[in-house]
Design a protein. Structure first.
Length: 271
């Protein structure tokens, strides 16, 4: 049975909601659930003060309402399914290790920051540093999948170490900043300075990109992994065409100021 939390009204201050994840709520008795404390500004608030609660705690949790003042929903979750039926604040799914987290609206900054596994799906758009590194950390996302059906802000995949970030819309400036490994797919194009400081990761895009002069043209070919990756993304609900799956891509190698083993793959237009 699904546990459903329905927001009563907008909270009076930003809320630290890292305590809300399926495995943290599972097994709690109703009285314990009602009393669960979340930090709201400089004071604690009980979960039952913020939400109407129905259903039974388990591995399926649904939260309804405008959650834009809630930070860290699903942070560090290790399993289960968390559905957020509205737009959410920063750090949703930060550090998650397993499970599925679905945002039915927009996500704030640092969604999936430091993620290690599982799947984060954003039906709307995402803010800055999607799948990036937390403040003071060099490593960003280290595993798992992030799918965004809208756009993504600047520095998506900053410090990326492993995993897949796929964005149906446009990705802002400095995608893959200092990335060491992993894959970023930008179906709707890239902003300025993609792959700045990138060492070994891959960025795939379907339109011409404003490349840094530290990237050099290598070849044009059909990379097998791109077709496999795009077929998977289409199966997960992103709008991917046969032309993108079967097309030829020009490989640009860089960043020449680093190891120079990263790549930006740009789909060639049909003749």
């Amino acid at each position: 049975m699904t546990l459903t939390l329905t927001l009563r009204e907008a909270p009076p201050a930003p809320v630290d909601a890292e305590a809300i994840a399926p495995e943290r709520l599972a097994g709690l008795r109703r009285a314990e659930l009602d009393r669960l404390e979340l930090g709201c500004g400089n004071r604690p608030m009980a979960l039952s003060e913020l939400f109407g609660i129905s259903g039974t705690p388990g591995d399926d949790v649904r939260i309804e309402g405008d959650l834009s003042r809630f930070a860290g929903l699903g942070a560090g979750m290790t399993g289960g399914r968390l559905t957020l039926a509205g737009s959410v604040g920063p750090h949703v799914g930060s550090g998650m290790r397993d499970g599925e987290l679905i945002v039915e609206g927009d996500a704030g900054d640092a969604a999936g920051a430091g993620m290690r596994g599982g799947r984060l799906v954003v039906r709307g758009s995402a803010g800055r540093r999607l799948g990036g590194a937390d403040p003071g950390a060099r490593a960003g996302m280290r595993g798992g999948e992030i799918l965004v059906h809208g756009d993504a802000g600047e520095e998506a995949g900053a410090g990326l170490r492993r995993g897949l970030i796929a964005v149906a819309g446009h990705v802002g400036a400095a995608a893959g900043l200092r990335a060491l490994a992993g894959t970023i797919v930008a179906l709707g194009g890239l902003g300025a300075q993609p792959g700045a400081g990138m060492r070994r990761a891959s960025i795939v895009t379907m339109t011409d990109a404003p490349l840094l002069p530290t990237y050099a043209r290598a070849c044009t070919y059909r990379p097998p992994f791109v077709g496999l990756c795009l077929r998977r993304l289409r199966g997960l609900g992103l709008a991917v065409t046969n032309t993108q799956i079967d097309g030829r891509y020009t490989r640009w190698s860089g960043d020449g100021l680093e190891l120079g083993r990263g790549e930006i793959l740009i789909l060639e237009p049909e003749p």
